[in-house]
Every structure is written in structure tokens, then in C-alpha cells.
Design a protein. Structure first.
Length: 201
């Protein structure tokens, strides 16, 4: 079964392909359609954005489509950057991309003590059928805290700053397999795979 993974983010694509490996789904991604305009993520929640993307891309390409919206919620920032995680630096005129996002977050938390640097990664997945009807959604969460200095070379996004106490590592210090076992995206996808096995032809 062909399955469109509605992202151009190479880090996310690699994670989805690894976690879907061996399944009966042949995963494509939006890099296969380079001339297509991106769907606007106009929702105010992870769930809304995941559903918007899954539905729109499914109807556009007539493929079953899996979309995610995910991001970082920091307690000391009242849950921000949240749905704006990927655009956090650009929203503050502080550059763009992962490195600038991380630098801005470090500066915003510079005066926050360790005990108050709690955070979580959240991922919501939505699966839409060929007509764009969202038929399944799942949500995964990974809790941790934000460091003042990056550690690790793996992963992407805020991974170098996100410390998981139970592992004693940032998610950028983990192997791909370690991260999949505990990550927000891994949790959401395992739930979705189980539901797909029950509800899809």
C-alpha cells in the first residue's frame, strides 16, 4: 500500500521510514513532489495542523496520507514554542533553522533555574484516506528538560538541548533505535500502526 508521509523534513522522513520498515506500506514523502505548494499550517493545535495537512495532501495526491505536527512545549515559556517550534527564531527575527531556534531558546531560558526547565516533545499523527477524510489520530509525548548547552550530534530540531533524565542523555546523544523506543514520534507511530492494522484493509 502506498503511503504518503506529508513532510519534506529529512530528519522526520528518516525516522518514519525506519519505524515503518518491514511493514506492508511503501512510504513516499513530499520531496517526491518538489513543485507542489506547501499546505498552510493554520491550526492553533498540533491536532488541527496534523489533520489539515493529512487531509489536504491526501486529496491532492489521491494517496493515503500520514501527517504529523510536533514540537516542543517548555513550562517556563507557558508551553511555547509549541506549534511554532520550527519557526521560533524567525518569528522573533532571530534567524531561521535549527541552530537559530536553539540559540534563541537558550537565551530565553538563561535566567531559569534547572528545576524549572521542564519540557516535553509532543507529536500528533493524522491518517487520511484517498478522499481526505481523517480516519485515525494518535498522540505521543516525551518528557524531559532543557539544557543550557547543546550535547550530541544526532537527531534534529531541539534534540541537542532536550535531556531525558531516565536515559542520562539528550535525544541528540541517543542512537536512532534508542530514540525511537522513547520518543514522542515513536510512541505516536506505534499507536497508529496498531490502529492501522485493525482498521485498514
Amino acid at each position: 500500500m502506498d503511503l504518503l508521509v506529508a513532510t519534506t523534513n529529512p530528519g522526520k522522513v528518516a525516522e518514519f521510514r525506519a519505524m515503518l520498515a518491514g511493514d506492508r506500506y511503501h512510504a513516499r514523502d513530499l520531496r517526491d513532489y518538489p513543485d507542489q505548494a506547501a499546505v498552510e499550517e493554520s491550526g492553533q493545535t498540533f491536532l488541527a495542523n496534523a489533520c489539515i495537512k493529512a487531509s489536504a495532501y491526501a486529496k491532492r495526491h489521491r494517496l493515503w496520507t500520514l501527517a504529523d505536527d510536533s514540537g516542543l512545549e517548555v513550562d517556563a515559556l507557558s508551553g511555547k514554542p509549541g506549534v511554532h517550534s520550527a519557526r521560533w527564531a524567525s518569528m522573533h527575527q532571530q534567524g531561521s533553522g535549527d541552530a537559530d531556534n536553539n540559540r534563541l531558546l537558550i537565551s530565553q531560558l538563561a535566567s531559569v533555574i534547572d528545576a524549572e526547565r521542564l519540557a516535553r516533545f509532543v507529536c500528533v499523527l493524522a491518517l487520511a484516506d484517498l478522499e481526505g477524510n481523517v480516519v485515525l489520530t494518535t498522540r505521543g509525548v516525551m518528557s524531559g528538560s532543557i539544557l543550557s548547552d547543546p550535547r550530541g550530534e544526532h537527531g534534529f530540531g531541539y534534540d541537542p538541548l532536550f535531556f531525558v533524565e531516565s536515559a542520562g542523555l539528550t535525544t541528540a546523544q541517543m542512537s536512532r533505535e534508542q530514540k525511537h523506543q522513547i520518543s514522542h514520534r515513536g510512541s505516536a507511530l506505534r499507536q497508529l500502526r496498531q490502529l492501522m492494522g485493525l482498521h485498514l484493509p
